[in-house]
Design a protein around this ligand. Structure first.
Ligand code: ATP
Ligand code: MG
Length: 415
């Protein structure tokens, strides 16, 4: 037998309604806020992620699914959603349209990670991308979308943490402070972080190594190094969130795992699903579009892990709506009735009624058992007397009530 690849998951027919439920909610939510869907390829030129995500990040260093195609070009399966959107934005000159450009995506994401609960090699993200505005109002809107989404699902135990990591300008001074701090304890850092020290000391703050985490706990915090512009942006965002009644905690330790962030970074974290509790992460990336060769277009957005979201909802016993069933099962008592049942079902479907009949060649008794097991709310039996009279009894399986009607007019009971 061939097994599913490690770190991936099947969505079985009995569970797919949960995904449909969330996708439907996402489409309504994004429509409410004026965001349109963007779809980009599942694979891109590797170069895009090297430049977009950053060569010193874990994603690029350790986690990418990279391969040579038959034309010897290096391709990579999307390790996140933003770089492809930025590439598409530039390539299609979307900045020529009235700004801002408000987009959302639903996409699979591939990362070669050590699989564990909430950490997969293929997972799925809902993401928001708002391009063209540097205003804190844009940051506030993007964050409110997440809170509104969670509220609508009944999720209440997910906390919002925000931080500002400044711009390249203020980050220079901060970087120097980090270099001085970590440099003094260089021997205690993990080998990867020792290398990061010169290239990108900010990354050390995001290291998952226990030793590094301990040292990072007392490192200088970026909020103390913000320039005036970044400080004002951060303060305005906080007051906008307060105006909107969105609770948050400032966590100066959040730096996020991707290089492209500037100013605002945020995470929505659940305490209920173990150590992989970050359901949604995002922030501002004012230099991504220009770094990828586009114009100077500021942007803000987030990525939300749908598998982790489902874990949070299941953990809290929240509803995914009903798993839909058919409406009417028409059982048949003999071979000739089977043909009439099939004809009737075909006609009902044309009229929009979810009707089914036996496809297994089962006995009447076995058909009734099947209809019960698959939770059809209505069942009818066609046999010789029904064929003769042209009438059929429809049983409501919940209250056992029976209604008789002409076979020709069956649909009227359901529409
Ligand atoms: P983590 O710190 O948990 O590795 P991350 O910072 O790498 O997360 P992002 O790149 O911000 O995560 O991705 C956005 C969201 O996608 C995360 O908040 C999480 O919900 C989800 N996610 C990320 N990696 C995985 C994964 N390997 N399996 C399942 N979900 C994931
Ligand atoms: Mg990660």
């Amino acid at each position: 037998m061939i097994n599913i690849p490690k770190g991936t998951k099947d969505v079985l027919p009995s569970e797919s309604y949960k995904w449909h439920f969330l996708e439907e909610k996402i489409r309504k939510l994004t429509d409410l806020y004026g965001y349109k869907e963007i779809r980009t390829p599942v694979f891109e030129h590797t170069e895009l992620f090297l430049r977009g995500v950053g060569e010193t990040t874990d994603i690029v260093n350790k986690e990418m699914y990279t391969f040579l195609d038959k034309g010897e070009r290096s391709m990579t399966l999307k390790p996140e959603g933003t770089a492809g959107v930025a590439r598409c934005f530039i390539e299609n000159a979307l900045d020529n349209n009235p700004q801002p450009t408000k987009m959302y995506y639903l996409t699979p994401v591939f990362r070669y990670e050590k699989p564990q609960s909430g950490r997969l090699r293929e997972h799925h993200q809902f993401g928001i991308e708002l391009y063209g505005s540097d205003s804190p109002y844009a940051d506030a809107e993007v964050i409110q979308i997440v809170r509104n989404f969670f509220d609508g699902l009944g999720i209440d135990k997910v906390r919002l943490y925000i931080n500002s990591i400044g711009c390249p300008e203020c980050r220079k001074t901060y970087s120097d402070a980090l270099k001085a701090y970590f440099g003094a304890r260089k021997e205690e850092l993990c080998p990867v972080c020792r290398e990061r020290l010169d290239r990108n000391p900010l990354r050390i703050l995001d290291c998952k190594d226990e030793g590094c985490k301990k040292i990072a706990a007392d490192a200088p915090v970026v909020l103390d190094y913000l320039c005036d512009g970044c400080r004002t942006h951060h303060e305005q965002l906080m007051s906008l969130l307060t105006d909107a009644g969105v609770e948050f905690t400032v966590n100066p330790k959040i730096v996020r795992g991707l290089d492209y962030y500037t100013r605002t970074v945020f995470e929505f974290v659940s305490e209920d699903i173990g150590s992989q509790g970050t359901v949604c992460g995002g922030g501002r990336y004012n230099n991504l579009v220009s770094d990828l060769g586009g114009k100077n277009v500021p942007a803000v957005g987030f990525g939300m892990g749908l598998e982790r979201l489902i874990m949070v909802m299941e953990n809290a016993g929240l509803s995914f709506g009903e798993n839909p069933t058919g409406t009417l099962f028409i059982a048949s008592a003999d071979e000739e009735s089977r043909r009439l049942a099939a004809k009737t079902v075909a006609s009902l479907r044309k009229q929009g009624v979810k009707a089914e009949c036996d496809l297994m060649g089962r006995s009447l008794k076995a058909q009734m058992k099947y209809a019960d097991k698959t939770s059809f709310p209505y069942v009818a039996v066609i046999g010789e007397s029904e064929r003769v009279s042209g009438k059929v009894a429809v049983k409501n399986m919940a209250d056992k009530g029976i209604r008789e009607t002409e076979i020709q007019k069956l649909a009227e009971l359901f529409i």
